[in-house]
Write a protein that binds this ligand. Sequence first.
Ligand SMILES: Cc1cc2nc3c(=O)[nH]c(=O)nc-3n(C[C@H](O)[C@H](O)[C@H](O)COP(=O)(O)O)c2cc1C
Length: 373
Amino acid sequence: MVNRTQERKGDHVRICLEENIQAKHITTGFEDVLFVHRCLPEIDRKRIDLSTKLFSHKFSAPLIVGAMTGGTPEATKINRTIAEAVQDLGIGMGVGSQRAAIEDARLECGFVETRRKAPTAFLIANIGAPQLVQGWRLDQAQIAVNMIDADALAIHLNPLQEAIQPEGETNYAGALGKIKEIAANLSVPVFAKETGAGISGEDATKLEEAGVKAIDVSGAGGTSWAAVEYYRAKTATEEKGERLGETFWDWGIPTAASIFEVSRSVNVPVIASGGIRTGVDIAKALALGASLVSVSAPILRPATRSVEQVKKTLELLIEELRNTMFLTGVDTVKKLGRASVVVTGKTTQWLLVRGYQPEALARQGDKPRGRTA
Ligand SMILES: Cc1cc2nc3c(=O)[nH]c(=O)nc-3n(C[C@H](O)[C@H](O)[C@H](O)COP(=O)(O)O)c2cc1C
């Protein structure tokens, strides 16, 4: 028997596979972020160390597969495939919302499989802020964590999607207080995570004060949840949802600006996601201040095929990251965080208007002689 939450999740996966649900006009802003090319990298590409640590967990590369799905038989297969791939590669993953399995324990086994296939990978459980406002408490959060023996719990923030869905749960009043309650008492660190519309510096500060231990910005420029809901509304001939989906298709804070703002507003690690499509994007996200990078939609189709396809897609991203590090002359992920980047274009305009100083936008590794900036 399929419950309504599962049915909706099934629609989402199908739409993401069949339709173009990427942002149309808004971009991540990574095109505005440029590395200063090093013609003398002075490092051996083969000796570049991509490994990193988050909460004492070692990752072979600063990469995870972002939350997508779970619960239905198709979703179980997708998560199982991703789990095997991330286990082999030594990275991590988030599962999609566990709401359906919390509402109906018979669906738990689909999620349990994820940990079986990834016994030592960093796994992130997932629940939504609207459920907390509706009365979920620590118990439900702990069930989600225990279901996959998770290393962390992501609480997703998706007001854009809820505002467009006909059945959307648009009461966010008191969400921060609920997040605080859970963050103080859960057995694992709590992350806050957007779902494609970005997080501002101001909201990030509130989340940090509420006790979250990492923030996944999930900015605009990649998967658009307004677009996904547009297609759902279109199929159901729901004129209002169709119109709202179209109007808000490109809503949000572009990913690059969101990483910049959040990483300068909080001390907890920042996870970058939303439109990360190449290893160059990964490097730019790390240079802007992220500790880890997360990719979702590009992994969905490979995950319907095979573990090898998922691994191949992720390995390509990692090779691109390695090349970017070589061409930037940095041999560790930590040094990439201090690499020379120049922020230009609309991302500069955004950040200046938001009050960031021009000096903060151009960072130099080895400052050339004769230059004062
Ligand atoms: C099919 C699909 C399902 C998703 N389901 C969830 C979810 O259940 N919970 C969540 O926090 N994010 C979910 N997301 C959002 C992603 O985790 C991510 O924040 C967003 O897609 C932006 O990344 P991208 O541009 O790489 O896809 C989903 C994304 C996709 C593509």
